[in-house]
Design a protein around this ligand. Structure first.
Ligand code: PAF
Length: 310
């Protein structure tokens, strides 16, 4: 690991300890932004960094954190095989004008072992992703809270791809009065339409082909949204559940309101899908407008579909 490296021009400074982080941030300009990651970076993370830089401006300060957080992985999950690609990650940070990379080890983040006190994600934390992964969101919120305390940014940027995570982080910031502005970055997709994810690296060619049903299901659901949330779910499910060459285990297909409450009878909602394709858990979601289009809503609808540009 290229830890504690002195920055060359255009290369972010890398720090791994709390004291180095505090020293680096003490002299940092304002406003500041943080993009939290678990490494395995791709263009989706790059887009979040680009958004961070746009928010703070050329003189502001942009930190990226790289930490594979053990607390958010269940006992039978992919913690050990989660991609560790530090040198490539650093290149993506450099290409997106990150000033500082904080890459702690688990001992630095959790010096006393697993924390006794953690963040309770509330009712939503036990739904959808939380059904199969009951400790996941407590682990996510706990590390996000710690990283916010350690970096105290003006803005923290999270991707819409992990929509339940984004919703819960917003809820935590609201409920616990954390002084930060949470900013959402749109999902970045491969040219095929597949949402960018570090876990796409696990997919074989056949699994990748089948995974394309997920963006297709979203587009098909959006196309029938005038008929209501049930129609959206049914159409999306029919695409996901058709016979396939590899195993597809549909975990849930749901329309919610934008805060992940019950689906609206009419107006803005979120179509959220998780399916395990050939052993790899894939998440995707998109805005969907339920019911007859309101006057002037045509433009919004046109930009909310599955856009395959990166
Ligand atoms: O989205 C992720 O990569 C992680 O859940 C996060 C927010 C960095 C916390 O470990």
């Amino acid at each position: 690991m290229n830890a504690n490296a002195e920055p060359a021009s255009g290369t972010p400074r890398v720090v791994t300890s709390r004291s180095q982080l505090q020293e680096a941030l003490a002299g940092a300009s304002q406003p500041s932004a943080v993009v939290m990651t678990m490494g395995g970076l791709h263009s989706g993370h790059g887009a979040l960094m680009e958004l961070g830089r746009a928010l703070v401006g050329p003189q502001g300060h942009l930190t990226a954190t790289i930490f594979v957080n053990p607390l958010q992985f269940g006992a039978n999950e992919d913690l050990a095989k989660y991609p560790r690609t530090f040198d490539d990650d650093l290149a993506i940070c450099a290409a997106n004008s990150v000033d500082l990379v904080f890459a702690p080890t688990p001992d630095v983040m959790y010096p006393n072992g697993d924390p006794e006190v953690t963040v309770d994600p509330g009712e939503l934390g036990g739904q959808y992703e939380g059904v199969a992964r009951p400790t996941h969101f407590s682990g996510v919120l706990t590390v996000v809270m710690k990283l916010l305390q350690l970096t105290h940014p003006t803005y923290a940027i999270f991707g819409e791809k992990d929509y339940q995570q984004l919703t819960l982080i917003r809820q935590m910031v609201r409920d616990l009065d954390i002084p930060v502005e949470i900013v959402a970055g749109p999902t970045v997709r491969e040219a095929s339409g597949l949402a960018r994810s570090t876990r796409n690296n696990y997919l074989s060619e056949a699994a990748r082909d089948t995974a394309l049903r997920i963006p297709s299901a979203i587009a098909a659901g959006q196309s029938v949204s005038e008929r209501g949330a049930d129609a959206v779910v049914n159409v999306a499910r029919s695409i996901l559940e058709a016979p396939a060459d590899v195993e597809v285990d549909v975990q849930y297909v749901v329309v919610t309101d934008p805060l992940m409450g019950p689906a609206p009878a009419a107006g803005e909602g979120r179509l959220i899908i998780t399916a395990i394709v050939d052993g790899t858990r894939l998440l995707d979601n998109a805005q969907v407008f339920i019911g007859p289009p309101e006057p002037g809503a045509a433009d919004a609808d046109a930009t909310s579909g599955v856009d395959t540009t990166e």
